[in-house]
Design a protein around this ligand. Sequence first.
Ligand code: ADP
Length: 398
Amino acid sequence: MTFPRIGVIGGGQLARMLAPAAEALGIRFSVFAETADAPATQVINEVTVGDYTDYPSLKAFAETVDVVTFDHEHVPPEHLEALVAAGHAVRPGPQALIFAQDKIRMRTKMDELGLPNPAWAEITSEADITAFADRVGYPFILKTPRGGYDGKGVRVIERLDEAVEWLSEVPQLLAEEKVDFTRELAVMVARSPMGQTAVWPVVETWQENGICKEAIAPAPDLSAEKARTITEAILTVAGTLDVTGVMAMEMFETADGFLINEFAMRPHNTGHWTQDGAVTSQFEQHLRAVLDLPLGSPAAREEVSVMVNILGADHEDLYQPYLHVMAHDPAVKVHLYGKSVRPGRKVGHVNAYGEDRAHVVARARHAADFIAGVDVDPHPQMPAPENLLADSDAGTEL
Ligand code: ADP
């Protein structure tokens, strides 16, 4: 037997972060990237640059690898079906991926499985809008069923004309009640073709303008009972849809339970904390799962792990503040994606971990914002540096 070659469609930061996991596992790794300077192409030798909507290019790439997987969910479903029909191992398969690609299909499926959904409706006419508004009232949420990410394609609707105007530009929309959530949660599972599963602890997430900004693992003060119900729900979804690879389920926590927001069937921003805070990172686990290898332990290594995204601000230079952050807190882990800075763009993240949650959150936020160039105090009142140094190998005095 030889070590397999995995092919990732999409050359973004997720593909980039899969690369070191593949290297460590001794798995050969190729990427089908949109552009020659995509984040993953900077660190991987085996790169094909092409258009993922062009079937012949996808097919040619699939011929060169043992298993095809993804860094995004935008490959047209009919191309995925055609690859499967041609005998390629596509993981996750199109029968599962469709529920991450199409939010109306996903809502219909969740209702079928009896899993908690916000009130929703498919909208194709003005009459549908009025009927939905009569049911849930204004404001409500409208979304594009396909192709949205980072809150692009999600709008709060205050008045009928806003909805009518949007509908005049697109064939179909998804309406949802505006959930009065207490916070957002996320959970991730890995599932292999042989059906082995592993679930990481549920995390609390924080989005700013529809973009994930923070994740705290485990979700503070989540009851064991709720964590169990959430874990059961994601296992039901993964098993019923025959998901392979890792999958994230995003949720709204409400006073009396939780409602499912959406799924991602690939490594996910809310799982980045696992790189430094879990025995097996989501990137390693995704490779193990899609290759049908035994899965690694999803257990947390640390009492509390916090991930904060570095969102581009006004400063293009990340290097100078990054030096400062490394010196200021030698126990914080910085992950950058090799992207140029644009306001609001995800250019990296930091992971911090420890025992005292408030303290870990403060360190991670400070490091991420400082690197981004957000105006923060360079020397905030934070834990005594000697405590941080005591836990690290860094030999320098601050
Ligand atoms: P995307 O696919 O772009 O990530 P989401 O559907 O996850 O879009 O929505 C992005 C964010 O918008 C969510 O994380 C949440 O903060 C908010 N949001 C989405 N749907 C609702 C809803 N039904 N009620 C309240 N807030 C919502």
